[in-house]
Design a protein around this ligand. Structure first.
Ligand code: DGI
Ligand code: FE
Ligand code: FE
Length: 194
C-alpha cells in the first residue's frame, strides 16, 4: 500500500503547485496521526490526505466542464464560487486518474471543504487534518484546535465550522448552505446526547 502511495505521490506532484503539494503532504501525515490516535486505518487516512486537493489546481472552467461531462450537479453557490468544486471534482479525479476504488476515501474527499452532517470517522479526520496541518498558520485558534483534534473529533469539527463561518461572514463571498447546515448539525448534536 505504501508503495502505491509513493507512486500516487509522484504523479500528484506534477499536477499541484509547490505550496499546494507541501500542504498536501502536511494533510497526509496529519490524517495519519489522527488515524493512529483514533484507531482508524492508517493507509486509508493517508491516501485520503494525499489526494484531497488533487483537483485544486485545475482551472475553474475545466472543473465546470468536468462536472458537466460526468453528471455532477453544480449548485448556484458552486457556480458563483467554482473553487468549491475542487472537492467533488477531486473525488472524481481520485477515482479515474489515481485508481482509488474505496468509497469511503472518495466520499471524504468529496465533502472535505464544506463537511456534511453526520460525517463518518474518515470524513472528520480529513476535514480536521486539512485545517490543522503544520503548514497552516492563518486561522485563528489553531493551537487550541490542534489540541482538541486529538481529544474529540465531533467537538473539533464543530469548532472549525464555527470559526470558518465567522471568517466567511466577515468577507463578502456567499456561504455554501452545506457549511451552515453542517455546523447546525454538530452544534445541535450535543443536545441529543443524553
Ligand atoms: O483546499 P484548501 O484550501 O486546503 O481547504 P478547503 O478545501 O477546506 O477550502 C478552504 C476554504 O474554503 C476556506 O477559505 C474557507 C472556504 N469555505 C469553506 N466553506 C465555505 C467556504 N467558502 C465559501 N465561499 N463558502 C463556504 O460555504
Ligand atoms: Fe481543499
Ligand atoms: Fe486542503
Amino acid at each position: 500500500m505504501i508503495k502505491d502511495l509513493e507512486k500516487r505521490q509522484k504523479k500528484l506532484q506534477h499536477y499541484l503547485d509547490k505550496g499546494r503539494y507541501q500542504h498536501t503532504l502536511g494533510v497526509m501525515y496529519t490524517a495519519g496521526a489522527l488515524a493512529m490516535a483514533y484507531g482508524y486505518d492508517l493507509d486509508k487516512a493517508m491516501l485520503a490526505g494525499l489526494l484531497h486537493d488533487c483537483a485544486k489546481c485545475i482551472p475553474h472552467d475545466k472543473k465546470i466542464e468536468l462536472c458537466r461531462k460526468n453528471h455532477i450537479e453544480i449548485t448556484d453557490v458552486e457556480r458563483e464560487n467554482p473553487f468549491l468544486l475542487h472537492a467533488k471534482v477531486g473525488a472524481l479525479i481520485a477515482r479515474k486518474k489515481y485508481d482509488v476504488e474505496d468509497e469511503e476515501i472518495l466520499h471524504a474527499i468529496a465533502v472535505h471543504t464544506t463537511g456534511e452532517p453526520a460525517m463518518n470517522t474518515l470524513d472528520m479526520i480529513l476535514f480536521i487534518a486539512d485545517y490543522i496541518e503544520p503548514g497552516r498558520d492563518k486561522a485563528q485558534n489553531l493551537p487550541q484546535i490542534r489540541e482538541m483534534a486529538f481529544q474529540n473529533l465531533e467537538n473539533t469539527v464543530e469548532k472549525i465550522l464555527f470559526d470558518t463561518l465567522n471568517f466567511l461572514n466577515s468577507k463578502s463571498g456567499r456561504i455554501d448552505p452545506t457549511t451552515e447546515i453542517t455546523y447546525e448539525y454538530y452544534k445541535n448534536r450535543r443536545n441529543l446526547i443524553v
